[in-house]
Write a protein that binds this ligand. Structure first.
Ligand code: N2P
Length: 378
Protein backbone atom coordinates (compact mmCIF):
# COMPACT_ATOMS: atom_id res chain seq x y z
CA UNK A 1 0.00 0.00 0.00
CA UNK A 2 1.41 3.39 -0.92
CA UNK A 3 1.59 6.07 1.71
CA UNK A 4 -0.89 8.14 -0.21
CA UNK A 5 -3.40 5.33 -0.40
CA UNK A 6 -2.98 4.65 3.29
CA UNK A 7 -3.60 8.29 4.00
CA UNK A 8 -6.80 8.34 1.96
CA UNK A 9 -7.97 5.17 3.65
CA UNK A 10 -7.28 6.68 7.06
CA UNK A 11 -9.11 9.85 6.15
CA UNK A 12 -12.15 7.80 5.29
CA UNK A 13 -11.95 5.94 8.58
CA UNK A 14 -11.21 8.71 11.02
CA UNK A 15 -13.49 11.66 10.57
CA UNK A 16 -11.18 14.19 12.12
CA UNK A 17 -7.79 12.79 11.17
CA UNK A 18 -7.36 14.86 8.07
CA UNK A 19 -8.96 18.08 9.29
CA UNK A 20 -5.55 19.54 10.02
CA UNK A 21 -3.43 19.24 6.90
CA UNK A 22 -0.08 19.44 8.63
CA UNK A 23 -0.76 16.52 10.99
CA UNK A 24 -2.32 13.89 8.78
CA UNK A 25 0.70 12.68 6.82
CA UNK A 26 2.83 12.17 9.90
CA UNK A 27 0.04 10.29 11.66
CA UNK A 28 -0.68 8.17 8.60
CA UNK A 29 2.94 7.32 7.95
CA UNK A 30 3.48 6.01 11.47
CA UNK A 31 0.10 4.37 12.02
CA UNK A 32 0.54 0.66 12.54
CA UNK A 33 -2.32 -1.54 11.43
CA UNK A 34 -4.36 -3.24 14.12
CA UNK A 35 -2.61 -6.53 13.35
CA UNK A 36 0.88 -5.03 13.44
CA UNK A 37 0.42 -3.43 16.86
CA UNK A 38 2.03 -5.32 19.73
CA UNK A 39 -0.40 -6.29 22.50
CA UNK A 40 0.68 -3.58 24.91
CA UNK A 41 -1.05 -0.47 26.23
CA UNK A 42 0.64 2.23 28.33
CA UNK A 43 -1.78 4.27 30.43
CA UNK A 44 -0.98 7.44 32.40
CA UNK A 45 -3.78 8.47 34.79
CA UNK A 46 -4.34 10.34 38.05
CA UNK A 47 -3.88 8.37 41.31
CA UNK A 48 -6.95 6.65 42.83
CA UNK A 49 -8.91 7.04 39.64
CA UNK A 50 -9.69 3.54 38.34
CA UNK A 51 -11.85 0.68 39.58
CA UNK A 52 -9.88 -2.13 41.16
CA UNK A 53 -10.36 -4.89 38.59
CA UNK A 54 -10.65 -2.78 35.48
CA UNK A 55 -7.13 -3.30 34.15
CA UNK A 56 -7.15 -7.04 34.90
CA UNK A 57 -10.56 -7.51 33.31
CA UNK A 58 -9.54 -5.59 30.19
CA UNK A 59 -6.32 -7.61 29.89
CA UNK A 60 -8.28 -10.84 30.16
CA UNK A 61 -10.84 -9.80 27.60
CA UNK A 62 -8.45 -8.26 25.07
CA UNK A 63 -5.16 -10.10 25.57
CA UNK A 64 -3.50 -6.66 25.75
CA UNK A 65 -0.98 -6.14 28.55
CA UNK A 66 -1.49 -2.84 30.36
CA UNK A 67 1.29 -0.80 31.96
CA UNK A 68 -0.33 1.66 34.32
CA UNK A 69 1.37 4.74 35.77
CA UNK A 70 0.09 7.83 37.54
CA UNK A 71 0.73 11.58 37.53
CA UNK A 72 -0.22 14.07 40.21
CA UNK A 73 -1.44 17.13 38.37
CA UNK A 74 -2.21 18.58 34.95
CA UNK A 75 1.11 20.43 34.91
CA UNK A 76 3.06 17.15 35.14
CA UNK A 77 1.08 15.61 32.28
CA UNK A 78 1.45 18.76 30.19
CA UNK A 79 5.23 18.64 30.58
CA UNK A 80 5.32 15.00 29.35
CA UNK A 81 3.15 15.78 26.33
CA UNK A 82 5.21 18.81 25.36
CA UNK A 83 8.47 16.87 25.67
CA UNK A 84 7.02 14.16 23.39
CA UNK A 85 7.96 10.46 23.21
CA UNK A 86 6.29 9.90 26.55
CA UNK A 87 5.61 6.30 25.60
CA UNK A 88 2.02 6.62 26.76
CA UNK A 89 -0.92 5.52 24.64
CA UNK A 90 -3.64 6.93 26.88
CA UNK A 91 -3.46 10.03 29.05
CA UNK A 92 -6.17 11.78 31.08
CA UNK A 93 -5.95 15.59 30.83
CA UNK A 94 -8.41 17.89 32.54
CA UNK A 95 -10.64 20.00 30.30
CA UNK A 96 -8.81 23.17 31.43
CA UNK A 97 -5.63 21.90 29.72
CA UNK A 98 -7.07 19.79 26.91
CA UNK A 99 -8.14 22.59 24.59
CA UNK A 100 -4.65 23.99 24.19
CA UNK A 101 -3.22 20.47 23.93
CA UNK A 102 -5.55 19.75 20.99
CA UNK A 103 -4.72 23.08 19.39
CA UNK A 104 -1.01 22.40 19.73
CA UNK A 105 -1.45 19.05 17.96
CA UNK A 106 -0.34 17.07 21.02
CA UNK A 107 -3.29 14.67 20.87
CA UNK A 108 -4.28 12.25 18.17
CA UNK A 109 -7.78 12.19 16.71
CA UNK A 110 -9.93 9.30 17.92
CA UNK A 111 -10.79 6.55 15.48
CA UNK A 112 -14.49 6.58 16.26
CA UNK A 113 -15.18 3.55 14.06
CA UNK A 114 -13.32 1.50 16.69
CA UNK A 115 -15.39 2.90 19.58
CA UNK A 116 -19.03 1.89 19.02
CA UNK A 117 -19.76 2.39 22.73
CA UNK A 118 -19.41 6.16 22.26
CA UNK A 119 -23.19 5.95 21.81
CA UNK A 120 -23.47 5.36 25.59
CA UNK A 121 -22.21 8.87 26.36
CA UNK A 122 -24.54 11.60 27.59
CA UNK A 123 -25.18 13.97 24.66
CA UNK A 124 -25.60 16.93 27.04
CA UNK A 125 -22.10 16.46 28.46
CA UNK A 126 -20.64 15.87 25.00
CA UNK A 127 -22.21 19.12 23.80
CA UNK A 128 -20.41 20.93 26.65
CA UNK A 129 -17.14 19.18 25.87
CA UNK A 130 -17.52 20.24 22.24
CA UNK A 131 -16.37 23.73 23.32
CA UNK A 132 -13.04 22.25 24.41
CA UNK A 133 -12.82 19.65 21.67
CA UNK A 134 -14.72 20.73 18.56
CA UNK A 135 -16.59 17.83 16.99
CA UNK A 136 -15.69 15.66 20.02
CA UNK A 137 -12.81 14.41 17.91
CA UNK A 138 -10.06 13.90 20.52
CA UNK A 139 -11.50 13.41 24.00
CA UNK A 140 -13.68 10.83 25.74
CA UNK A 141 -14.79 11.89 29.22
CA UNK A 142 -13.41 9.64 31.94
CA UNK A 143 -14.91 11.13 35.10
CA UNK A 144 -15.90 14.45 36.61
CA UNK A 145 -16.42 16.03 40.00
CA UNK A 146 -15.71 19.40 41.60
CA UNK A 147 -13.06 21.07 43.69
CA UNK A 148 -14.32 22.00 47.12
CA UNK A 149 -13.68 21.89 50.86
CA UNK A 150 -13.67 18.58 52.74
CA UNK A 151 -13.77 18.24 56.50
CA UNK A 152 -13.44 15.83 59.37
CA UNK A 153 -16.58 17.01 61.14
CA UNK A 154 -15.72 16.34 64.77
CA UNK A 155 -12.19 17.72 64.50
CA UNK A 156 -13.37 20.88 62.80
CA UNK A 157 -16.14 21.43 65.35
CA UNK A 158 -13.59 21.03 68.15
CA UNK A 159 -11.02 23.36 66.58
CA UNK A 160 -13.63 26.04 65.86
CA UNK A 161 -14.87 25.95 69.48
CA UNK A 162 -17.50 28.63 69.94
CA UNK A 163 -17.21 29.81 66.35
CA UNK A 164 -20.06 28.50 64.18
CA UNK A 165 -19.45 26.91 60.81
CA UNK A 166 -19.35 29.62 58.12
CA UNK A 167 -22.18 29.92 55.63
CA UNK A 168 -19.67 29.65 52.79
CA UNK A 169 -17.43 26.58 53.12
CA UNK A 170 -14.62 28.34 51.20
CA UNK A 171 -14.10 30.49 54.33
CA UNK A 172 -12.69 27.40 56.05
CA UNK A 173 -9.62 27.46 53.78
CA UNK A 174 -9.40 31.11 52.66
CA UNK A 175 -10.52 33.25 55.62
CA UNK A 176 -7.88 33.79 58.34
CA UNK A 177 -10.57 34.02 61.07
CA UNK A 178 -11.23 30.32 60.43
CA UNK A 179 -7.85 29.08 59.23
CA UNK A 180 -6.14 30.48 62.35
CA UNK A 181 -8.32 28.14 64.42
CA UNK A 182 -8.24 25.15 62.07
CA UNK A 183 -4.48 25.05 61.69
CA UNK A 184 -4.36 23.17 64.99
CA UNK A 185 -6.00 20.12 63.41
CA UNK A 186 -4.36 20.51 59.97
CA UNK A 187 -5.26 22.31 56.77
CA UNK A 188 -4.17 20.68 53.49
CA UNK A 189 -4.29 22.11 49.96
CA UNK A 190 -3.99 20.42 46.60
CA UNK A 191 -0.56 21.02 45.13
CA UNK A 192 -0.93 22.69 41.74
CA UNK A 193 -1.32 26.27 40.51
CA UNK A 194 -4.32 25.37 38.37
CA UNK A 195 -6.07 23.57 41.24
CA UNK A 196 -5.57 26.22 43.93
CA UNK A 197 -5.64 29.53 42.03
CA UNK A 198 -9.09 29.17 40.35
CA UNK A 199 -10.90 28.56 43.68
CA UNK A 200 -8.92 31.46 45.21
CA UNK A 201 -9.96 33.76 42.34
CA UNK A 202 -13.56 32.60 42.67
CA UNK A 203 -13.47 33.29 46.42
CA UNK A 204 -12.39 36.90 45.97
CA UNK A 205 -15.17 37.46 43.43
CA UNK A 206 -13.05 37.30 40.27
CA UNK A 207 -13.57 34.95 37.36
CA UNK A 208 -12.14 31.60 38.39
CA UNK A 209 -10.30 31.28 35.07
CA UNK A 210 -9.45 34.95 34.70
CA UNK A 211 -6.70 35.74 32.21
CA UNK A 212 -5.93 38.98 34.00
CA UNK A 213 -2.58 39.09 35.81
CA UNK A 214 -3.90 41.77 38.21
CA UNK A 215 -6.61 39.32 39.32
CA UNK A 216 -3.99 36.63 39.86
CA UNK A 217 -2.01 39.03 42.02
CA UNK A 218 -5.10 39.91 44.08
CA UNK A 219 -5.77 36.19 44.68
CA UNK A 220 -2.13 35.79 45.73
CA UNK A 221 -2.57 38.58 48.28
CA UNK A 222 -5.59 36.83 49.76
CA UNK A 223 -3.73 33.51 49.85
CA UNK A 224 -0.70 35.04 51.55
CA UNK A 225 -2.85 35.74 54.61
CA UNK A 226 -3.62 32.06 55.15
CA UNK A 227 -0.23 30.61 54.14
CA UNK A 228 1.09 30.17 57.67
CA UNK A 229 -2.01 28.15 58.57
CA UNK A 230 -1.63 25.58 55.75
CA UNK A 231 0.09 22.44 57.03
CA UNK A 232 0.65 20.54 53.80
CA UNK A 233 0.34 20.58 50.02
CA UNK A 234 -0.38 17.32 48.21
CA UNK A 235 -2.21 15.92 45.22
CA UNK A 236 -3.21 12.79 47.10
CA UNK A 237 -5.12 14.03 50.11
CA UNK A 238 -7.20 10.91 50.69
CA UNK A 239 -4.97 9.37 53.35
CA UNK A 240 -4.23 12.72 54.98
CA UNK A 241 -7.94 13.26 55.57
CA UNK A 242 -8.85 9.66 56.37
CA UNK A 243 -5.76 9.12 58.52
CA UNK A 244 -6.05 12.33 60.54
CA UNK A 245 -3.11 14.42 59.28
CA UNK A 246 -5.61 17.00 58.04
CA UNK A 247 -9.04 18.04 59.29
CA UNK A 248 -9.77 20.42 56.40
CA UNK A 249 -8.75 20.08 52.76
CA UNK A 250 -9.05 22.07 49.60
CA UNK A 251 -9.54 19.03 47.39
CA UNK A 252 -11.68 17.10 44.94
CA UNK A 253 -15.13 15.99 46.08
CA UNK A 254 -14.52 12.50 44.67
CA UNK A 255 -11.34 12.03 46.70
CA UNK A 256 -13.00 13.46 49.81
CA UNK A 257 -15.75 10.85 49.39
CA UNK A 258 -13.09 8.14 48.98
CA UNK A 259 -11.56 9.34 52.28
CA UNK A 260 -15.03 9.13 53.81
CA UNK A 261 -15.46 5.51 52.69
CA UNK A 262 -11.93 4.63 53.83
CA UNK A 263 -12.59 6.03 57.31
CA UNK A 264 -15.76 3.94 57.49
CA UNK A 265 -13.91 0.79 56.29
CA UNK A 266 -11.12 1.39 58.82
CA UNK A 267 -13.74 1.90 61.54
CA UNK A 268 -11.86 5.02 62.57
CA UNK A 269 -15.06 6.73 63.61
CA UNK A 270 -14.09 9.81 61.60
CA UNK A 271 -17.02 11.42 59.84
CA UNK A 272 -15.74 13.00 56.66
CA UNK A 273 -17.81 15.21 54.41
CA UNK A 274 -17.38 16.99 51.07
CA UNK A 275 -19.09 20.36 51.56
CA UNK A 276 -21.11 22.30 48.99
CA UNK A 277 -19.91 25.93 49.19
CA UNK A 278 -22.73 28.50 49.06
CA UNK A 279 -20.94 30.23 46.17
CA UNK A 280 -20.42 26.92 44.34
CA UNK A 281 -17.61 24.44 43.78
CA UNK A 282 -15.42 24.28 40.70
CA UNK A 283 -16.41 21.55 38.25
CA UNK A 284 -13.74 19.57 36.45
CA UNK A 285 -13.86 17.00 33.66
CA UNK A 286 -10.99 14.61 33.00
CA UNK A 287 -10.77 12.95 29.61
CA UNK A 288 -9.18 9.97 27.92
CA UNK A 289 -6.93 11.09 25.08
CA UNK A 290 -4.20 9.56 22.91
CA UNK A 291 -0.85 11.36 22.56
CA UNK A 292 -0.01 12.13 18.95
CA UNK A 293 3.05 9.86 18.97
CA UNK A 294 1.36 6.93 20.76
CA UNK A 295 2.72 3.58 19.56
CA UNK A 296 -0.46 1.61 20.30
CA UNK A 297 -3.37 3.77 19.18
CA UNK A 298 -5.60 0.84 18.24
CA UNK A 299 -5.14 -0.74 21.66
CA UNK A 300 -6.05 2.66 23.11
CA UNK A 301 -9.31 2.64 21.13
CA UNK A 302 -10.03 -0.88 22.42
CA UNK A 303 -9.52 0.28 26.02
CA UNK A 304 -11.73 3.33 25.52
CA UNK A 305 -14.46 1.16 24.06
CA UNK A 306 -14.11 -1.26 27.00
CA UNK A 307 -14.37 1.57 29.52
CA UNK A 308 -17.57 2.78 27.87
CA UNK A 309 -19.42 -0.45 28.65
CA UNK A 310 -22.14 0.54 31.14
CA UNK A 311 -21.01 -1.89 33.85
CA UNK A 312 -17.35 -0.83 33.59
CA UNK A 313 -18.12 2.90 33.90
CA UNK A 314 -20.55 2.16 36.74
CA UNK A 315 -17.85 0.29 38.67
CA UNK A 316 -15.66 3.42 38.60
CA UNK A 317 -18.51 5.52 40.00
CA UNK A 318 -19.49 2.96 42.64
CA UNK A 319 -15.96 2.30 43.87
CA UNK A 320 -14.53 5.82 43.65
CA UNK A 321 -17.45 8.26 43.97
CA UNK A 322 -16.69 9.88 40.63
CA UNK A 323 -19.55 10.20 38.12
CA UNK A 324 -18.78 9.45 34.49
CA UNK A 325 -20.45 10.78 31.34
CA UNK A 326 -21.74 7.30 30.53
CA UNK A 327 -25.51 7.75 30.54
CA UNK A 328 -26.05 4.05 30.02
CA UNK A 329 -24.18 3.33 33.29
CA UNK A 330 -26.48 5.36 35.55
CA UNK A 331 -28.93 2.49 36.09
CA UNK A 332 -26.06 0.45 37.59
CA UNK A 333 -24.91 3.07 40.09
CA UNK A 334 -25.74 1.97 43.65
CA UNK A 335 -28.41 4.01 45.49
CA UNK A 336 -25.87 4.96 48.18
CA UNK A 337 -23.55 6.64 45.67
CA UNK A 338 -26.37 7.84 43.43
CA UNK A 339 -28.03 9.69 46.29
CA UNK A 340 -24.87 11.31 47.62
CA UNK A 341 -25.34 15.01 46.88
CA UNK A 342 -21.59 15.61 46.76
CA UNK A 343 -21.17 12.96 44.06
CA UNK A 344 -24.13 13.81 41.85
CA UNK A 345 -24.85 17.51 42.34
CA UNK A 346 -28.51 18.47 42.37
CA UNK A 347 -29.79 21.15 40.05
CA UNK A 348 -29.25 24.02 42.49
CA UNK A 349 -25.64 23.04 43.24
CA UNK A 350 -24.93 22.47 39.57
CA UNK A 351 -26.25 25.92 38.76
CA UNK A 352 -23.97 27.50 41.36
CA UNK A 353 -20.92 25.50 40.31
CA UNK A 354 -18.26 27.10 38.14
CA UNK A 355 -17.63 25.39 34.80
CA UNK A 356 -14.06 24.74 33.68
CA UNK A 357 -12.59 27.07 31.14
CA UNK A 358 -9.37 26.94 29.18
CA UNK A 359 -6.36 28.92 30.34
CA UNK A 360 -3.88 30.46 27.93
CA UNK A 361 -0.19 29.59 28.27
CA UNK A 362 0.49 33.14 29.47
CA UNK A 363 -2.17 32.80 32.16
CA UNK A 364 -0.81 29.49 33.31
CA UNK A 365 2.62 31.03 33.65
CA UNK A 366 1.26 33.94 35.64
CA UNK A 367 -0.77 31.62 37.90
CA UNK A 368 2.27 29.42 38.45
CA UNK A 369 4.40 32.35 39.47
CA UNK A 370 1.79 33.62 41.98
CA UNK A 371 1.21 30.09 43.30
CA UNK A 372 4.92 29.41 43.75
CA UNK A 373 5.28 32.67 45.66
CA UNK A 374 2.36 31.68 47.88
CA UNK A 375 3.74 28.25 48.60
CA UNK A 376 7.19 29.59 49.41
CA UNK A 377 5.63 32.22 51.65
CA UNK A 378 6.97 35.12 49.61
C1 N2P B 1 -7.76 11.55 41.64
C2 N2P B 1 -8.75 12.24 40.81
C3 N2P B 1 -8.20 13.33 40.03
C4 N2P B 1 -9.21 14.32 39.73
N1 N2P B 1 -8.33 10.61 42.49
C5 N2P B 1 -8.66 15.67 39.42
N2 N2P B 1 -8.58 15.95 38.10
Amino acid sequence: MTKRFLLVALCALTLAACGKKQEAPAAAATTPTAQAEEKVLNIYNWPDYIAQDMVANFEKESGIKVNYQTFENNEALQAKLIAGNSGYDIVVPGAVFAKSQIEAGLLRPLDKAQIPNLSNLDPAIMAKLDKVDPGNGHLVPWAWSFTTVGINKAKVAKALGNTAMPENAWDLVFNPSYTSKLKSCGIAFLDSPTEVMPPALHYIGKEAYSDNAADHKAAGEMLAKVRKDVRLFSSTLIDDLAGGKACVVLGWAGDINIARSRAIENKSGAEIEALLPSTGGLLFFDNLAVPKDAKHPNNAMAFINYFLKPEVSAALTNELSYPTANKASVAQVTPEVGQNKSVFLDEAALKLAVSPSSLSNASRESLTSVYTGFKQGK
